[in-house]
Design a protein around this ligand. Structure first.
Ligand SMILES: CCCCCCCCCCCCCC(=O)SCCNC(=O)CCNC(=O)[C@H](O)C(C)(C)COP(=O)(O)OP(=O)(O)OC[C@H]1O[C@@H](n2cnc3c(N)ncnc32)[C@H](O)[C@@H]1OP(=O)(O)O
Length: 225
């Protein structure tokens, strides 16, 4: 028993050294405490309503949950997603999930496998302000990238954004709700082509942004660096 514990600890130490070599961020004291702690952290599914969600976001969420009942749509939880990764995702892995409720990115994604579509319901909080009163373009780009990224990663596996083209057509009021609708258009070998639009929530009358993107399925033979 003692011997197997010592061996397990040694293996953990070796893995930690390797991780720190590959990811220098693992040396950061706060991250290291979080990543290497033996304390059991109970993850929170942040893709569920919280008190900061507006009436519109709740309404859209309820509408999509209804669509999930016949199995055509599926809600994608924030921390554990059998469609993307088998293991639990650490809360720290996606920077969009690093804000207190309501201050940054509040969102939930739904996926339709038959139509190869991902819809993201998104409410951008006060920390995402660019021009006063409106969302920063980088925050919009982030959410577009995340939505098309999920739409590419579910069929494509491990993919990276190679190109993202966005036309910002109207500014998005801070704290309003938008619907990001993305679609896998075509796959050519390792290349996945996707398109996306961002519209006002509930009525979808205002077209805020349009985007196209190219994702590349990583070649396991090639190094990323
Ligand atoms: C796993 C955990 C999942 C959980 C996450 C939840 C999802 C969250 C989602 C969050 C999402 C966040 C996502 C993020 O934030 S990803 C972060 C931002 N993206 C990057 O940092 C990517 C940096 N770029 C690269 O690493 C490489 O360039 C990649 C890997 C993309 C391709 O390098 P690779 O060496 O592998 O490929 P290749 O060069 O042989 O090219 C292959 C083919 O592709 C064509 N090509 C390449 N580039 C372009 C281009 N720009 N326009 C047009 N075409 C292009 C090329 O001509 C060729 O075509 P062909 O000659 O074959 O016809």
């Amino acid at each position: 028993m003692m011997r197997s514990c010592t061996a397990a600890l040694r293996t953990l130490r070796v893995l930690r050294c390797r991780l720190e070599g590959a990811f220098p961020a693992a040396r950061h004291p706060v991250l290291a405490r979080r990543w290497f702690s033996t304390e059991k952290v109970i993850p929170k599914d942040q893709a569920l309503p919280n008190p900061s969600w507006s009436k519109d976001l709740r309404l859209l969420f309820d509408q999509f949950m209804k669509k999930c009942e016949d199995g055509s749509w599926e809600r994608l939880p924030s921390y554990k997603n059998s469609k993307l990764v088998k293991e639990q995702l650490s809360q720290a892995q996606l920077f969009t999930r690093g804000y207190e409720d309501g201050l940054g990115f509040e969102y939930v994604m739904f996926y339709n496998d038959d139509e190869k579509r991902t819809v993201c319901l998104f409410q951008g909080g006060p920390y995402l302000q660019g021009v006063p009163g409106f969302l920063h373009g980088g925050a919009i780009a982030t959410m577009i990238d995340a939505t098309v990224g999920v739409c590419a990663a579910i069929p494509g596996g491990i993919v990276m954004t190679a190109n993202l083209n966005i036309n910002f057509k109207r500014p998005i009021p801070l704290c309003s709700v938008v619907v990001i609708n993305s679609q896998l258009d075509k796959i050519e070998g390792r290349k996945l082509f996707l398109s996306c639009d961002v519209r006002s929530g509930v009525d979808e009358k205002i077209l805020y942004s349009e985007a196209t993107s190219l994702f590349i399925k990583l070649d396991p033979e090639k190094s990323l660096t």
